[in-house]
Design a binder for this molecule. Sequence first.
Ligand SMILES: Cc1cc2nc3c(=O)[nH]c(=O)nc-3n(C[C@H](O)[C@H](O)[C@H](O)COP(=O)(O)O)c2cc1C
Length: 333
Amino acid sequence: MRQESPTAQSGFRIGLHEFRHGLSLAPMAGNTNLAYRRLCRRFGAELTTTEMVSSKALVHGDGKSLQYLEKGEEENPVAAQVFGMEPEILAGAAPQVEAKGFHILDLNIGCPVPKITGCGGGSALLKDPELAADCVRAMKESTSLPVTVKIRAGWDDDNKNAPSFAEEMQEAGVSAITVHGRTREQKYKGTADLDLIRRVVESVSIPVLGNGDILDLDSAKRMFETTGCAGLAIGRGALGRPWIFRDIAAWLSGETPPPEPDLRERAELLLELGRGITQLYGEDRGMKIMRRLAPDFFKGVEGAPLLRGRCNSLESWADLEELAATFGPDSSL
Ligand SMILES: Cc1cc2nc3c(=O)[nH]c(=O)nc-3n(C[C@H](O)[C@H](O)[C@H](O)COP(=O)(O)O)c2cc1C
């Protein structure tokens, strides 16, 4: 059945890459590994991004950081996100990202964690637009990849400088900007300021991806309608619910979104993710990662607290299968 979509989605480009509806999976440390990105892409995420990687660690050839830059053959386009605040180090990291086959290079200007901001990186760069612009220029000079930035509304309530900051980033040559509508001070509390995101959209001519609190179709509509953004970056709303991309894409195409996956389908998705994680990291480490990722699949499921508790004791693939079976086809829930 066709349904009217009130937004005029005309698509946009980042470099040579064309986006029809611009639904992207926001970078999330510990979550947006290759297996998770694959799942979201299967459900219609047009752009996915790695979790943030230290530019310094890349330059020093740190093996663990290189692991974060695992890329799938079929991932196209996929962005790698780096953090750092030293233009020459970022310039050194950029060619490595390009050599790994990534299509877009994103600079993190949103991380609120003191370990990062204390050194001047992440959201601390919001306080120094000139340095941020130098970082972008240095990255652009050392790679042919389009460079994008992910920013927050500002440092705190008194310094919500995202619109002017975005202009400076555009001037420095970024191809797109993702804006999380919270300040650094808010971290993840309160709500994202959609009016502020709208002001960013109005202040630049490059594509802006709205980010923050998109948890379902209604909040996606609100983001598009209030801000006029070109696309969306979805973080927590995609955790355990990768079909959020399918629902929004259907609405944007004027279709009625399909019904929510039932328990059996959710169990299958959990196993699909577990399989991917195990292939990437092996069973031991994979199940440790699944202890963190599996609980999100029980959002809204009856008996969720009990099931979440059981995630903590995942040790083996057999444990994961058993867990999936409890809310899968033969579930007693
Ligand atoms: C667990 C977690 C890890 C995150 N890691 C990153 C990261 O590596 N890089 C980044 O730019 N943002 C990171 N973020 C922020 C998200 O990309 C996003 O901006 C934020 O969660 C708000 O969007 P949401 O309401 O859709 O989740 C992280 C968020 C969470 C919850």
